[in-house]
Design a protein around this ligand. Structure first.
Ligand SMILES: Cc1cc2nc3c(=O)[nH]c(=O)nc-3n(C[C@H](O)[C@H](O)[C@H](O)COP(=O)(O)OP(=O)(O)OC[C@H]3O[C@@H](n4cnc5c(N)ncnc54)[C@H](O)[C@@H]3O)c2cc1C
Length: 438
């Protein structure tokens, strides 16, 4: 079966790839045709080419969608790797449990969350998804199976967390969930005038609040460079347990067609930014709009049109060099004539991840979305990559479609050790690109 699968950014576009749906955890992996390769594929919520395998076969996991066990007394959940966080949250939240780490969309699979070792708005307190894994099973193309945990096959455990789907197929995983009292977050929204304003709110917020994230007005320049809104919050305590769900969350909204390329321009981005700046949600909010603001509009990636878009997400150190890099990236973006539609600033703590290739490191994270305007956009993203490298930062593979082999080697010093654990029959478009074979 050949099907076109794109990643979330719809760039790069690859030719339709053969797809092999994996249906049973006990199934042996297919043998790829001569010279061909395999790559696991979850919900394709990665933005660039790390979930694509041009010329190779995708092992899709939609059918690996069964729960295998849940203990409501301890919050230990075992499920197949194609189960999504959406399904998990719907099962466990009413029972007072929640994934300790969740990315900005719940439409990702457990396998995808492990392979990118995803993080949320609480990295400072909880680290990455991989930190809360108790064990998983890894199947290799030679049909070997390993149960991996911090104490069993530990090297495979650490190589596979953040291992970009290259070490084999994860069939099931066991996660430790965390207790929550109710489905609410107590949120504060604080405007800041520029990057310095962000930094001064950050210190106290990091200490006193679990969740911290900021939206940045990508068009602001000069003394307003980096202005935006700081969102911070905590799970609401038990006195809010009895509050009825205050505001219905619109669901089922969708973008019915690809927007024409010109729809996202300086004027529309400025209008969006002005509206965003006026909206300042405060107080008790449901976890849905707090954690997953974009999920309410299904297929929102279509507003970028058929050419798609590129996200650039970097992490830079918490130092003068890091702050200068943030300033330079925002400045280059604001002056590029290709404004970022959504710009998000976060902070990472120093809770270590078990994953060798895990992206977050103590510092700042900045993510920008650029509509794909061809060479101009690629040049801009390449420049931002160079700024990040000079600052001693790194780019997130889950969001990337441009980093060079030199950048990859500089960003991920563990890559050589990791490469020894890559399955000989597995590869991806990303992996070939950053190894100079793309
Ligand atoms: C709106 C939005 C917001 C996001 N916010 C965040 C965020 O806040 N933080 C963050 O870290 N990320 C974020 N992301 C990125 C997203 O969380 C990751 O890309 C995630 O890994 C996607 O999961 P997926 O199931 O769609 O996997 P895919 O994108 O299909 O695949 C991702 C990787 O996982 C591998 N893989 C998938 N299944 C398996 C398996 N069973 N066994 C082995 N390998 C497997 C694939 O080979 C690939 O390398 C966001 C994405 C979107 C669209």
């Amino acid at each position: 079966m050949k099907t076109e699968r794109t990643s979330w950014g719809r760039y790069p576009r690859v030719k339709a790839q053969p797809v092999h749906p994996v249906s049973w955890t006990s199934e042996p992996l297919p043998v790829p045709p001569a010279g061909g390769t395999l790559l696991p594929h979850g919900q394709g919520r990665s933005y660039g080419d790390s979930c694509l395998n041009e010329g190779g076969t995708l092992l899709t996991t939609e059918r690996l969608d069964h729960f295998l066990g849940f203990d409501p007394a301890t919050g230990v959940l075992r499920c197949e790797s194609g189960v999504t966080l959406d399904t998990i949250v719907r099962l466990v939240a009413p029972q007072g449990w929640f994934p300790p780490v969740t990315p900005g969309t719940k439409f990702v699979t457990v396998g995808g969350a492990i392979a990118n070792d995803v993080h949320g708005k609480n990295h400072v307190r909880e680290g990455t998804f991989g930190r809360h894994l108790r064990r998983f099973e890894l199947v290799r193309s030679d049909c070997s199976r390993r149960e991996c945990s911090p104490t069993e096959n530990r090297d495979w455990f650490e190589a596979t967390i953040g291992g970009l789907g290259l070490t084999g197929l994860i069939t099931w995983a066991e996660l430790q969930l965390r207790r929550v009292s109710n489905p609410y977050i107590l949120q504060e929204t604080i405007p800041f005038e520029n990057l310095e304003g962000f930094l001064s709110i950050l210190e106290e917020s990091e200490r006193d609040f679990e969740f911290n994230v900021a939206w940045v007005d990508s068009l602001a320049r000069g003394r307003h460079l980096g202005r935006g809104l700081f969102y911070r919050g905590d799970y609401a305590p038990p006195q809010f347990d009895a509050v009825p769900r205050a505001r219905a969350i619109p669901s089922g909204l969708g973008v019915p067609f690809d927007f024409p390329g010109f729809a996202l321009n300086r004027v529309s981005v400025a209008a969006f930014n002005a509206l965003q700046y006026r909206m300042r949600p405060q107080g008790l909010v449901h976890y849905e709009p707090f954690f997953y603001p974009l999920d309410a509009v299904h297929g929102w990636n279509r507003i970028y049109g058929r050419q798609g878009f590129l996200q650039f997400q970097c992490g830079v150190p918490m130092s003068h060099a890091g702050v200068d890099a943030l300033r330079e990236i925002l400045d280059r973006s604001a002056h590029s004539g290709m404004p970022s539609f959504l710009t998000v600033l976060k902070v990472y703590g120093d809770v270590p991840s078990p994953g060798w290739m895990s992206f977050p490191k103590r510092g700042f994270s900045l993510a920008l979305d650029f509509a794909n305007r061809g060479e101009r956009t690629y040049r801009l993203v390449d420049e931002l990559d160079a700024v990040t490298r000079r600052a001693g930062g790194r780019v997130y593979p889950a969001k990337d479609s441009r980093m060079s082999p030199e950048s990859f080697r500089a960003y991920y010093p563990e890559h050589e050790r990791f490469a020894r654990y890559v399955d000989p029959a597995f590869s991806s478009s990303f992996w070939r690109r950053v190894n100079g074979a793309g």
